[in-house]
Design a protein around this ligand. Sequence first.
Ligand code: JFZ
Length: 429
Amino acid sequence: MIKKLLLMGMLLGAVSAGAQTYTPTADNLAARQNFQDMKFGLFIHWGIYSELGAGEWVMNEKHIPYDSYKRLADFFNPQAFNAHDWVMFAKKAGMKYIIVTSRHHDGFSMFGTKASPYNIVDATPYHKDPLMELAQECVKEGIELHFYYSLLDWGRKDYAYGSPIVDGKPANGDWDSYINFMKAQLTELITKYPGVKGIWFDGHWERDVNWHYDEIYGLIHKLNPAILVGNNHHLEPKEGEDFQMFEKDLPGANTTGFSGKSKIGALPLETCETINNSWGFNINDRSFKSSKRIIHYLVNAAGLNANFLLNIGPMPNGKIQPEFTDTLAVVGAWVQKNGEAIYGTRGSGIPAQPWGVITRKDKKLYVHVMTAPQQPYIFIPQLKGKVTKAALLADGSAVKFKQQTEGVFVYLSGVATDPNDTIIKLITN
Ligand code: JFZ
């Protein structure tokens, strides 16, 4: 009792001192579990930049003045956009959720917003809201929808891109106005669009300012406590966030150099990667990843207890290019067959091995052999519990194994291997 009072006093003290403590609601915790169960999501980068076919950074990279860039809106008219096609594309690939760019760094809102006239409904000849159609279609098809939302804005005067930062604000901008603008848009995204389950922030790294995350995250969780907030800041998770993301790297790895400061926390994990080398539509990018590479990415992420968010950049007419559809049809067929070893699993805690990784669901372990070993067997170290049975997931046929104190040997001779991933299911007691 005294302890409890003391703790309450400490909490109150912290609140009055201006620091906030975030306690996720039961709904939020359930949403996190569900998020981890989904494992595979579709990331979509689509905006007026898609018209130039040179990625979503084209305005910045080609030094296009904001007023010239704005003309892209005058002729953005994605007549071939069909929300059903997008959702079916994701579903067929075995993906359970979609994260779509609602507004990227160019500042153009791809949804109908009252907070700025620079949006797809008011500023383009299309005059429709594709994200509303997408949200409604997602609800219909049982796919979760999350919105990507950029903190960085290259065009707005109040953001004042390039301004020196003084006392946590851009000296030449109007920071309160910008924060209020974001709050107004986020309120729209959360309250107007049916079924929205998450916000994926990006752009934090552009400047060292006070982003008012306490207010922004607080607002989101006040509007809907179950919304999952994540931020691509490449740092340790901050107060008020519900999942941790990694960009173009598996948790713990840092091949890109983006993830040097991002220690793995206790929150659900997600890692994103591009299907070629671009986020937004890039007409010149033909470095398409193979279906095998994508499957391995998904399996490796699952083995590390993380979701995999695979990105595509649809074309300016709203269609998805055939190379992506072809690859993901193969991925989808694979996940359809082997989903038991992916969906609803968690990392096993057993580190990745030269031959592959292990996912876990309760007492079941799924051993993913992705690289054929030199010897006709694999060795699994650090396995807890006693293995009572081993069988090939594909057909249920028994697989030989031997358990010792150091770990388990699984014998592969005579086992029908899969060119992507041979999965052996172990039952432990
Ligand atoms: C960001 C965006 O800039 C990019 O356009 C895309 O949306 C991607 C998903 O996220 O990319 C980043 C973010 C951070 C760094 C580099 C690229 N960084 O910290 O070096």
